[in-house]
Design a protein around this ligand. Sequence first.
Ligand SMILES: NC(=O)c1ccc[n+]([C@@H]2O[C@H](COP(=O)([O-])OP(=O)(O)OC[C@H]3O[C@@H](n4cnc5c(N)ncnc54)[C@H](OP(=O)(O)O)[C@@H]3O)[C@@H](O)[C@H]2O)c1
Length: 368
Amino acid sequence: METYFMSGRSSSPILRFRLLPPKLFLRSPQVLPLVLQDFSCNLQARSQEERSEARNRMFILGMGFVGQFFADQLKKDGWEVIGTCTSDAKMKKLEGMGFDVHLFDSNDPELRSLHTMESASHLLISIPSVAGLGDPVLHQHKDLLQSRLSHGNLQWLCYLSSTSVYGDSGGAWVDEDYPTNPTSESAKARVDAERGWLKLGHDLGISAQVFRLGGIYGPGRSALDTILRQESLSKGQKMREARRYTSRVHIADICQALKASINMPTFGRIYNIVDDDPAPRLEVFAFAQALIEKRCPTWMKQGPAHEVKNVPAKKKVTTEKKTIGGEKRVSNARLKDELGVRLLYPSYRSGLPSIMDYMEENSFPNFT
Ligand SMILES: NC(=O)c1ccc[n+]([C@@H]2O[C@H](COP(=O)([O-])OP(=O)(O)OC[C@H]3O[C@@H](n4cnc5c(N)ncnc54)[C@H](OP(=O)(O)O)[C@@H]3O)[C@@H](O)[C@H]2O)c1
């Protein structure tokens, strides 16, 4: 993988040397051997410095679903990855999976993992915002982050946000230039968090971008998993069933977009990260259930309950239902045009079968 590096922040003496006018050397030939010796020492120091600076070192604040999946891909690409989580139990689990993990809870007044963050070349922020507070990390640690990271090795950051910032467009298409109009407290906190991280990037003079994600799905988190595990729907999920449009994105496409952004960094650009098909939730669940019944009907019988309560599979999905607000279709044109991403899963119609393949390969479900 090719990676973009900014040279502007280097404090290397050799870079400063390059700025000296050549006349300076010619006027004093007796100092030339000394300068050359110094130059060679500096070259060695510089190449050592470059070797350590040039390491692709990603720091992931919040090793949740996206964080883990992306960390795994980066490791395979030869990156050094450091991540955080909030509990000892999760840290042990992640360490068992081969990740370098630090405990970090934004409510903790100490930012103990910061010394490791300073050495990172890239930073992914995958911690949700908090209603009424904004971004919990910036809320508690902004000044400390700013002062410590300004002496660090950071070149790129990306904040993972949500398409909820657009509020309700009545179902019209929205792109990144559409004014944000958050209606819920949590969406308002997202907008604050976006601004905060972009400002930090600007103040540090590094590349900073915001990714507005649709509903994330992938292996281990999908309509298939919900049906097979008989997970009950949250109140919010039940309410969202009434929506005509729901943006979603497969985790593999989020990772593609992140890698594209690392290779094509920007200063303050925002990208919608969604697929091409903002289909209603009921339609997706009906498709998922039909897929299970067709390919692995016995799995339903192995589950904790035989009857599927959550999924109105036979119910005809209608677009005339009373809606609950937050209706919008989110455009991914910029993701494709500027980052050059070709979606692996442009619709749940290709994304869910790929997860089914994964489940079959991994002998899912294992309910014992
Ligand atoms: N899920 C979706 O459909 C969706 C849609 C749009 C946007 N997003 C946003 O995209 C981002 C990534 O999503 P995801 O699904 O990967 O999230 P996730 O699985 O919920 O992971 C969130 C991570 O943040 C950590 N975290 C939470 N609160 C924290 C705090 N106060 N201090 C420190 N760490 C904290 C969690 O720690 P532990 O690992 O210890 O739990 C976890 O590692 C999140 O901001 C999410 O809200 C999600």
